[in-house]
Write a protein that binds this ligand. Structure first.
Ligand code: 9MR
Length: 480
């Protein structure tokens, strides 16, 4: 769209439902399933399971997932925490039909297998969209009848392949302009509004069980764009087009959950349609300060509450669950931290905000992520010795919050071109001037009020100015 707005693996005891899923996955004996169960989710023992909390409320909680991230920590958290998955890119036209009439299902099938192994629903995304089209289609010239057949054949082939296994299909994605008129996509320009009805009819014919959605962004509030969507949906219903639901992508900015969000969901539901929050993320200007993370927690909670308050809101999908894998920083430079887990797969306050909205309460065992306890850190940086081209530094992190930190990464930017050459008590990686130190297995935990220390050798030339700012798990620290 483009216009909108290490840790160390550690075994944990899986909750009963997760253990059952793990056993199911193992019995499936697929590569994907085996890869997902052995690794620990890096949550606290008392951390809630979003998929189970949501199910208890009659909703699902899902995530977008790239097929390249089905194993390791990413795969294990996705399996344990989410009851629905959406292929982030693998079911788009450009992925599945890169050459006319020649289909490539590898990535899409991997997502389907992962979901089946882990008892997850699948949101199909997406059949007809102006973006991520294959070159042969985007740049080809076709007569109107030919283009209509190309489109309906594509819809039919893809929905038929996964017949009976898709909970919701985003049949048409991002059909609207910001002013509520229809976007001048290749399909609209040549075929007119009827392309939408034809796409839905083809999908219904090939997979009668899937719920068929129209999906868009910047339609979360009442206003010109969502009014345009509302009118479009009414026109489709008047023509008897088989549309079941409306997806609200909900790509938001912290502090800007629309006041009319719930009412807007409700007015679409009142048309006799299901609604769903399909691509939720809530970005912020970096760095992620304690204050911004607290605002983000309130915002994730508010969005979750809005869905809970609308009976026909079926569930919520986050567009990526970890800041390690999110489209946001690529598209909005200087912004990010838009998901409920940090880059180190530690739950952020936002995660606890979701859980609280879903009825979970902190038992005081150290979860809560700043919901009950406070978070904070102070860093002491000492240049211990220096010679013509090298130096040795020592860094001490103090947890000044009231909750323990379980798994940490410390980031800083070198002011004068230094680089780390070797480290102890941490693993340090560097990208440009940005250095990141990650805990080792034996020093992952920092008790409330406690400290950890690590050190390293570095290279310098010219000047060797000390870093002036540090972030712990994405949150700015004071200098001690
Ligand atoms: O997250 C997706 C990213 O990896 C792709 O590069 C991008 C290409 O347009 O699409 C992203 O997902 C989009 C989704 O399919 C539709 N709504 C907006 C999402 C974020 O751009």
């Amino acid at each position: 769209m483009g216009t909108i707005g290490t840790r160390t693996a550690r075994l944990r005891v899986l909750p009963r439902a997760a253990a059952t899923r793990a056993a199911t996955a193992l019995s499936a004996l697929t590569a994907v399933a085996v890869a997902m169960v052995g690794l620990a989710a890096p949550a606290h023992a008392a951390d809630p399971v979003l998929r189970d909390l949501a199910t208890a409320k009659g909703k699902y909680y899902g995530t977008a997932l790239p097929a390249g991230r089905l194993t390791g920590t990413h795969g294990s958290v996705a399996a344990a925490q989410f009851g629905s998955v959406t292929a982030e890119n693998e079911m788009k036209w450009g992925s599945v039909e890169p050459t006319r009439g020649s289909f490539s299902w590898t990535g899409a099938d991997q997502i389907m297998s992962f979901a089946a192994a882990n008892g997850q629903k699948v949101r199909g995304h997406t059949l007809v969209w102006h973006s991520q089209l294959p070159n042969w289609l985007a740049n080809g010239t076709f007569g109107n009848d030919e283009l209509r057949t190309i489109m309906t054949d594509h819809v039919t082939t893809q929905t038929a392949r996964y017949k009976g296994r898709i909970d919701q299909w985003d049949v048409v994605n991002e059909a609207l302009n910001e002013d509520g008129t229809l976007r001048a996509s290749k399909f609209y320009t040549q075929l007119g509004e009827s392309y939408i009805a034809d796409a839905f009819r083809a999908a219904r014919a090939a997979d009668p069980a899937a719920k068929l959605y129209i999906n868009d962004y910047n339609t979360d509030a009442t206003g010109a764009k969502s009014n345009g969507l509302y009118s479009l949906v009414q026109r489709l219903q008047a023509q008897g087009v088989p549309i079941d639901g409306v997806g609200f992508q909900t790509h938001l900015i912290i502090g800007q959950v629309p006041a009319t969000f719930q009412a807007n969901l409700q007015r679409f539901a009142d048309l006799g349609l299901d609604v769903a929050i399909t691509e939720l993320d809530i970005r912020m200007t970096l760095p992620a300060t304690t204050e911004r993370l607290a605002q983000q927690k309130a915002d994730f909670k508010a969005v979750t509450n809005a869905c809970l308050a609308v009976a026909r809101c079926k569930g919520i999908t986050v567009w990526g669950f970890s800041d390690a894998v999110s489209w946001v920083p690529d598209v909005f430079p200087g912004q990010g931290a838009a998901t409920p887990y940090n880059e180190n797969y530690q739950p952020k306050p936002a995660y606890y905000g979701i859980a609280e909205a879903l009825g979970w309460t902190d038992d005081g065992s150290g979860g809560g992520g700043g919901g009950g306890g406070t978070t904070g850190c102070a860093v002491t940086y000492a240049n211990q010795s220096q010679w013509n081209t090298g130096f040795t530094a020592s860094v001490t992190i103090k947890n000044t919050g009231s909750s323990p930190v379980n798994g940490w990464n410390l980031g800083w930017t070198w002011p004068s071109g230094q680089s780390v050459t070797s480290a102890w008590n941490a693993t340090i990686t560097q990208s440009g001037a940005q250095a990141t130190a990650v805990n080792l297995s034996y020093n992952a935990a920092i008790a409330a009020g406690g400290t950890v220390n690590f050190g390293f050798n570095g290279a310098w030339s010219g000047t060797n100015t000390a870093p002036s700012a540090f972030t712990l798990n994405g949150t700015a620290c004071t200098l001690g």
